[in-house]
Design a protein around this ligand. Structure first.
Ligand code: NG6
Ligand code: CA
Length: 508
């Protein structure tokens, strides 16, 4: 009993010490893990209100950490959001930061400041495991040789990645710049313009597919799944889709095991629930919602297993976890996979309007949680926080200087010590931008389609200005632009100041 008490005192004192040092804004260097999902919507977790899906492991992070109700990606699509998070620069400042093909060159300059570079300067070991989608090489890529520059050249000591997306070739893992398991006698070739002679495609050989394409995914067939882009060879290296979640999980677990003696930064970028949704057979049918629901449950399980690993390795109380998603939800994103048909009463965007590809809230506003056992007090925060702020905030935490650009130090909000987040934010969707500040969302007038091509999500593009009071109208139903001209003008002026004058008016 006595021993137990002493132990408890020791543990409590230990925790308080962590707390004290964080409070005193003295640098602290816990491990940092970013758990990043792909296309997970604001309403896809039970912690954020889902009733038809149970996500106990994500919920544990949300409920035992800070759950942000106004947490944002910088964009409503993948590449730009990841660019913003890793560089601290708004993606609309780089015109290449758009959804990339699997053959695109690296869009982060090797000279640029990045989150992992900043953490390396603070003495961290750094790693990315999972989806990359920020381009590879400099335009003359040899997939059979050293694939460079890539994550290793922008700050990651270790990188075990899938190049772009699960629906894009090459369908192989890349291990620190080399295709994992490639046999030199069977080289791999990738082309996004032209097929290789004699190779079947989703378009011409539907009889060879086990998943049917709906739009945009009718090129090379790999594992029965028609993909975007053409690929030939590399048979020994081709991944098994249904094992991908387990594969990345094994990698992150071993990473922690092998690197726990010194502070590490791990960016764990899961592929779910992006298309093609390929749950491991253990999860097939488990959600009753088809593959989209099943892979969310699979991701939840992976996160639970990973959290167990952190506990077993003894690092949980010395690890800050940031959980988020790169953009909002989409149902049909190019394959017939029952996402629409079996949705039932589930609302992937929660009460938010829009989804992936949209400037409405469900595009960039995403699940966003921070967790640090024993240091972060559980709570819910409505501070305006964005992934672009990780750079400045974590630089503050670990005590190094950073080139901050658009990144703001909101560390105390991230640690749940203050409700003060950003004052404002610019979000992006397919090159178009909108503004968020206080209770307000302002979307400039744009030319273009109000619906995103085939996915059926609203884009929020309209030929007139839109102004919504999110406190009163979270679902963005009442456009107040006409009835609140002063607010509108003020917001346009603020937006133009950051975005540039020419973007305030009607834009193509
Ligand atoms: C789109 C694809 C979509 C998905 C998306 C990337 C079409 C019509 N649609 O171009 O299926 O791959 O790119 O998603 O081809 S993201 O989450 O990586 O941004
Ligand atoms: Ca995405």
């Amino acid at each position: 009993m006595k021993l137990k008490n002493t132990l408890t005192t020791l543990i409590v004192t230990g925790l308080m010490m962590v707390n004290v040092s964080v409070n005193a804004s003295k640098p602290v260097k816990p491990n940092i893990i970013v758990i990043y999902l792909d296309d997970l919507g604001y309403g896809d977790l039970s912690a954020y209100g889902a009733t038809e899906l149970k996500t106990p492991n994500m919920d544990a992070i949300a409920n035992e950490g800070v759950r942000f109700t106004e947490g944002y990606a910088t964009s409503a699509t993948c590449t730009p959001s990841r660019y913003g998070m890793l560089t601290g620069v708004y993606p609309w400042r780089n015109e290449k930061a758009r959804i990339l093909p699997g053959s695109a060159p690296l869009i982060i300059s090797t000279k640029q400041e990045t989150l992992p570079k900043m953490l390396k300067r603070a003495g961290y070991q750094t790693a990315v495991i999972g989806k990359w989608h920020l381009g590879l090489g400099d335009g003359n890529l040899d997939w059979n040789g050293h694939i460079t520059p890539g994550p290793n050249e922008v700050g990651f000591d270790e990188a075990y990645i899938l190049a772009a997306t699960q629906d894009r070739v090459p369908t192989v893992y890349i291990d620190n710049g080399y295709i994992d398991g490639l046999d030199a006698k069977d080289p791999i070739y990738v082309n996004y313009k032209k097929n290789f002679d004699g190779q079947p495609t989703g378009k011409d050989n539907p009889e060879l597919t086990t998943m049917k394409w709906h739009h945009g995914h009718n090129c090379s067939i790999v594992n029965g799944i028609p993909r975007m882009g053409y690929m030939k060879g590399g048979k020994s290296a081709i991944w098994t889709d249904v094992d991908m979640a387990d594969h990345f999980l094994d990698k992150v677990k071993s990473y922690v095991h092998d690197h726990k003696e010194k502070p590490f930064f791990l960016y764990y970028a899961l592929q779910q629930p992006h298309v093609p949704r390929t749950p491991h057979p253990r999860f097939v049918g488990k959600s009753g919602m088809g593959p989209r629901g099943d892979v969310i449950l699979e991701a939840d399980w992976c996160i639970g297993e990973f959290m167990k690993t952190l506990e077993e390795e003894g690092v949980l109380e010395n690890t800050l976890i940031v959980f988020s998603s790169d953009n909002g939800p989409v149902l049909n994103d190019g394959y017939y996979d029952d996402a629409v048909e079996k949705l039932g009463n589930h609302t992937p965007g929660g009460m938010l309007r829009g989804g992936k590809y949209s400037m409405f809230e469900a595009g960039p506003r995403v699940p966003f949680m921070t967790y640090w056992k024993g240091t972060i007090k559980p709570g819910v925060s409505d501070a305006l926080v964005c992934q672009v702020d990780l750079l400045a905030s974590l630089a503050k935490m670990v005590g190094v200087e950073a080139e901050e650009n658009d990144s703001e130090d909101i560390l105390s909000a991230l640690l749940g010590k203050s409700n003060k987040g950003r004052k404002n934010l610019i979000v992006e969707a397919n090159g178009k931008t909108a503004y968020r500040t206080g209770d307000w969302a302002m979307i400039p007038a744009y030319e273009g389609s109000p619906m995103s091509w085939k996915s059926g999500n609203e884009t929020a593009i309209a030929p007139e200005f839109q102004l919504y009071n999110l406190k009163k109208d979270i679902g963005q139903k009442n456009n107040l632009a006409k009835s609140n001209p002063e607010v509108l003008q003020k917001l346009i002026a603020e937006f133009e100041e950051i975005r540039g004058k020419e973007y305030g008016g009607l834009k193509k």
